[in-house]
Ligand binder design. Structure first.
Ligand code: UT7
Length: 338
């Protein structure tokens, strides 16, 4: 039997508060013009004080389940990707599971930052191909707004991130015709831990070698905030996502001309534009949401998929490539006949 995974539902949730670039000007000593020119971002969403990462995840999960026509009880594996967990432990998947009310189902956190969706999809796909699980819920949820340095010190990073969640429901399917039937053709994931500190959040952390994981001095030094070598990340992102897109096609005997839509991790519109230019892709092939949602880390691709489906841009039977790059470094692809 040729068992493969297919996407049977998607959902997303963006918190109701919209934060425009203008709203950040005084706070971060930045300008709307700088943010738009360097990133393409015009606005992003921020969660309210009483929302958590697992709350955003719950809303996106409910919408994905509704569009799949499955009940929550049908789910037999729950994977949650986040870089902004509710707590240090247990994982956010456990908190989401408690809120969903599906005890007994394995709930696993995937800690692969912007690569989180591709890594989670890859894990889920292996479980489905081996026949271990039939219906898997993947949720990517990020609440950056309460984790950022919202002072001029953090402006390079704080202007690009937004809050939001995206979810997909995968189901096992027997594929007879690989050219026409909906399924995931392949996933491939990569990491390079030697570059871990190019984009990272040092604290709280045992490897800071203080008497505790977090001290007042560490807080004064801002070690609880993410730190990024923006220019290095930018060039790695362009190179690895270009290579991953080509890898997604060639490893399946396909060419660029076969591609019908591409979803890049949405960190900065200039990154997507540079990939498009490298590969001579028509703009219409790249689905972009960074302008209105900012960088929602692991959630950017599932939010983009849901957006494209609900807007009628992504239709059944289309060949799509998803590629991501992020902290770790982690990167990879999935090629899908939607
Ligand atoms: O999702 C995870 C992966 N993350 C990414 O892929 C992000 C990749 N990196 C980027 O998108 C870009 O590097 C940034 C948007 C973060 C920064 O853009 P940049 O063009 O690389 O700027 P830069 O950090 O090299 O800074 C250039 C100048 C500096 O001023 P000087 O030294 O030239 O006078 C910064 O101080 O821009 C200044 N600057 C800002 N000015 C106004 C940095 N951030 C800001 C800001 N507003 N928000």
């Amino acid at each position: 039997m040729n068992i493969r995974s297919k996407i049977i539902g998607t959902g997303s949730y963006l918190p109701s508060r919209t934060v425009f670039n203008k709203d950040l000007e005084d706070l971060l000593n930045t300008t709307d013009e700088w943010i738009q020119q360097r990133t393409g971002i015009t606005k992003r969403h921020w969660a309210s004080k009483d929302e958590t990462t697992s709350d955003l995840a719950l809303r996106a999960s409910e919408r994905a389940l509704e569009s799949s026509s499955l009940k929550k009880e049908d789910i037999d594996l729950l994977l949650v990707a986040t870089v902004t967990p509710d707590h240090e432990f247990p994982g956010t998947a456990c908190f989401l599971q408690g809120k969903m009310g599906i005890p007994g189902v394995p709930a696993i956190d995937v800690r692969q930052q912007c690569g989180g969706f591709i890594f989670a999809l890859s894990i889920a796909d292996q479980y489905i191909r081996t026949g271990t699980y039939k219906n898997i819920l993947i949720v990517c949820s990020e609440l950056h707004s309460r984790c950022l340095d919202l002072t001029p010190r953090g402006r390079n990073l704080s202007v690009i991130f937004g809050d939001g969640a995206g979810a997909v429901v995968l189901q096992a399917t027997e594929v007879k015709d690989r050219e026409s039937e909906s399924h995931i053709l392949s996933t491939k994931i990569h990491s390079d831990g030697a570059q871990a500190k190019e984009l990272w959040c040092p604290g709280p952390g045992l490897a800071l070698f203080g008497e505790e994981r977090m001290t007042k001095e560490m807080i004064n030094d801002g070690l609880q905030y993410p730190q990024m070598n923006g220019r290095a990340i930018f060039s790695h992102a362009v190179r690895t996502m270009s290579e991953s897109l080509i890898e997604s096609l060639t490893s399946n005997g396909k060419e660029l001309k076969d591609l019908e839509l591409a979803f890049f991790h949405q960190a900065n519109r200039r990154i997507s534009e540079a990939i498009g230019k490298n590969l001579e892709l028509d703009d219409s092939l790249i689905h972009s949401t960074v302008e209105i949602y900012g960088n929602t880390t692991s959630a950017t691709i599932p939010i983009g998929l849901d957006d494209a489906i609900r807007n009628g841009k992504l239709k059944q039977g289309m060949l799509i490539s998803n590629v991501a790059f992020g902290s770790g470094f982690t990167w990879g692809h999935s090629l899908i006949r939607y």
